[in-house]
Write a protein that binds this ligand. Sequence first.
Ligand code: GLC
Length: 548
Amino acid sequence: MDSKLAASAVGRRGPRWWQTGVVYEIYPRSFADSNGDGVGDLAGITARLDYLAWLGIDAIWIAPFYPSPMADFGYDVANYTDVDPIFGSLADFDALLGGAHARGIRVLIDYVPNHTSDQHPWFRESRASRDNPRRNWYYWRDAKPDGELPNNWISMFAGPAWEWDEATGQFYLHTFLKEQPDLNWRNSDARAAMFDAARFWLDRGVDGFRIDVAPMVMKDPELRDNPPNPDWDGTHRLGTWGMQLHDNDHAHPDMHPLYRDFRRLLESYDGDRVSIGELHHPDFDRWAAYYGEEQDEIHIPFNFHLTHAPWTADGIRRAIEGVQGVLPPGAYANWVLGNHDQPRFASPHRGGRDQARVALLLLLTLRGNPTLYYGEEIGMVDVPVATEDSHDPLERREPGRGRDPERSPMQWDASPNAGFCPPHVSPWLPIARDAAEVNVAAQGEDPDSLLTLTRRLLKLRREHPILLGGEFEALGPTPDGIYAFRRTAGHGRVTVALNLTGQPRTLPAAGDGRVLIGTHRDRDGSDATGDLELRPNEAVVIEEPAAG
Ligand code: GLC
């Protein structure tokens, strides 16, 4: 392992790298196109590693780049141990990994265990005949005597979760598209093959995995029906998926021993390798269960509570304090504002550009491990794509749910395709209309930009022991529209106060100290005594002198 990484993995006191490290998510199709085909690739990421090192993140997570028919843009994997030519080759991956490690950046990759592509050789064999040795690697079931589907499960991408296979006269299960058949993790050979796929990348030197839809892998062994959702009113963030309570199609308790085994696999390697699990349980206790009773399961359970919270002082208080309240002893939380499946934070229908600074200041001062989504640091917003032009199959199946808008190309500079791909090439998704102003080159030189603020926050949290590892302390009640909390360590304490509104607000008796950093640069280094006047959309971090 590179010596920079080794130094942070061993012999350091305080939190482990993954408990407080900042992960930066890269959607590889949209980050940087090195070969001029309008689609981002691995060599494009390698060419931007200096930027990521300059920004000051600790790790990147790269969404899938495996060979794939791209029915779900790489989340339909046809080979777990190679690179799709559109993204490059294994040699390109090794160059990216080596380049990242040389800069002290860890590399996490997506691991998609719940389903393969229907073009994966395992599934092709499985569907070849009922007695194929790989038949039970997937879920095959007869129709009910009346010809009905085997159970009432629905796809998260709309419609039934079962597809009829004419050739062998059975249905197979697909929680997502029919091109994404679910793997049967109760089959020991399938499970061993998936563990081998993980070993392939661990042997190559990856620092861990983001586990796609982690709870999906373990379903009710009898595949019983889901009960209806008594609160269903026809609207749900996940469309018709909201019609049912998903008691039986995912999150069976058997996933706990599975993720304990997976952790043992990671820990059999040196260098502090980790798993990040994608989880969407709205219930705090169910979410926290993924740490494991002995904190021996998923290292970083992804925490979407802030992503889905109403962007109000009360909304974020409930999300933050709900999470802090259920953390196992000594555990750190993950925090995330958005990703390749969620509307971008700075979009008007989410927090909005005015609140983007407040949100990043919050994300980077909370206790734990924050995840940034590429472009958040410059305030990228969703770029609308009409249903008829959409690439994401979800948009065509349930209009309004498409994820193309948050996957628009990274805005590097003011050139015609924002520096994402050469000017004469058509990028796979449209470039934002404001890219000539909102881009890395312009903001990198502007001391007042969001990018500069993000970079300064990242530096501060690396260097400030209280921000890095200090405890979280709720503060309250606070006046309407303000959210505030403390970070403490030993005698030291830091107060973070956020104005979630577009009007001035006062936080009485905020404490006496000095502003370490604020969303508005003119505050930095100023004294803060007594009542704290916050301007519209302003947030500050105040350090109080250590008591006695
Ligand atoms: C996860 C991914 C999403 C994908 C789905 C199916 O939620 O983040 O992009 O479509 O899994 O693999």
